[in-house]
Design a binder for this molecule. Structure first.
Ligand code: ADP
Ligand code: IOM
Length: 342
């Protein structure tokens, strides 16, 4: 493989940090699973509009290709190579301050998880992936009370049901070019599916970008209720399923943006006036460590002034701090929206 050429307008962290010198230093390295630099950067080369453009194939990727991953991690999470990750799951430590929930349409908090001692999705075998689907879905199907529901494999789902679940924001999309280039969509739709409770307030995606995406969501802006449900579910699952975790990097994920808490706490919020003042919108987002996504999630556009606003950093801060970043930022955005309305 030779050093890739990126277009001049490429802004991904891959094209920013992968210098010709670093490429030479890493290009012949391999993890025990056979994961190479070529595989790690394939998605970013084929999708030059990536935000990051690099994926890990296993926990060891973060060590073998540390000179590249650490640069991304440091820039994305403001987390240096000597920092350590900490956790706080106490809902009572959240400070809602004067959060005006009338602008919030819905709230969702998700975490990514991967199975201990298994390769990550970009280098897992079909048999290993199928085994994860079988084991985890049988744990989930045993849940009772509010979390009780059923697992629905993609293979057995009609196209109509699948499209409806995607449109209603419950299910991951199909045919994601970033996942396809990275090797994360191999053997699709085998091994993929969604578990959800009866009210669709607790959901688990299996074998998409991460082996598990554990999700709590509901209409409106009750962040504490959404967080508390997520923590209950997470503890129940973790008691039965061992997850990949590192002292330094927290929970291990396919994408370096999802290390640490692997938590993205978001609201769908209508901000039509700020939508017409993107300079102010982005300045507030930067100040409060927010990520602005479109109505249908990552790599999508806003529809009708509805945005997906979430915490940006996920490593080097606790779960409570991740959600607090979102709350503080949303308060500032709503204040700005109200001023523009006036
Ligand atoms: P992830 O959150 O796992 O990183 P995406 O950004 O693709 O992945 O979002 C997945 C789905 O969740 C999308 O349909 C998105 O619109 C939906 N979603 C995200 N936040 C909210 C929210 N607060 N309310 C409703 N749906 C949401
Ligand atoms: N997490 C991943 N889907 N994303 C950051 C892709 C990218 O744009 O690089």
């Amino acid at each position: 493989m030779t050093y890739p050429t990126f277009p001049e307008n490429c802004t991904s962290m891959l094209c920013k940090h992968l210098t010709p010198e670093l490429f030479e230093q890493l290009k012949d390295k391999k993890t025990a699973n056979g994961f190479t630099l070529e595989k790690a950067i394939k998605s970013g080369i084929e999708n030059v509009d990536s935000e990051i453009g690099v994926y890990a194939g296993d926990e060891e990727s973060y060590e073998v290709f540390a000179e590249l991953f650490d640069k991304v991690i440091e820039e994305y999470h403001q987390f240096s190579s000597t920092d350590v990750h900490e956790s706080n799951l106490k809902a009572e430590d959240l400070n809602l301050r004067n959060l005006d929930t009338s602008y919030i349409l819905s709230t969702r908090i998700r975490i990514g998880r991967n199975i201990k001692d298994m390769p990550l999705g970009a280098s897992i075998s079909k048999e290993q992936r199928d085994e994860i689907e079988k084991d985890v879905s049988s744990v989930l199907n045993g849940f009772e009370g509010e979390l009780a529901g059923a697992y629905h494999p993609l293979l057995e789902m009609s196209q109509e049901v699948q499209l409806q679940l995607i449109e209603d924001h419950f299910l991951f999309k199909d045919g994601d070019r970033f996942l396809e280039s990275s090797g994360l969509a191999r053997h699709w739709p085998h091994g993929r599916g969604i578990y959800h409770n009866h009210d669709k307030t607790f959901l688990v995606w299996l074998n998409e970008e991460d082996q598990l995406r554990i999700i709590s969501m509901q209409q409106g802006g009750d962040v504490v209720e959404v967080f508390s449900r997520l923590v209950t579910a997470m503890k129940e699952i973790e008691a039965k399923v061992p997850f990949a975790y590192s002292e330094r990097l927290g929970y291990i994920s396919s994408c370096p943006t999802n290390l640490g808490t692997a938590m993205r706490a978001s609201v769908h919020i209508k901000l039509p006036n700020l939508a017409n003042d993107m300079e102010q919108f982005k300045a507030i987002a930067d100040k409060y460590y927010l990520q602005i996504r479109g109505t249908d999630g990552e790599h999508s556009q806003s529809k009708g002034g509805v945005f997906d606003i979430s915490n940006y950093r996920r490593l080097g801060i606790t779960e409570v701090e991740a959600v607090q970043d979102m709350i503080d930022g949303v308060i500032a955005l709503v204040d700005a929206e109200k001023s523009l309305e006036a």
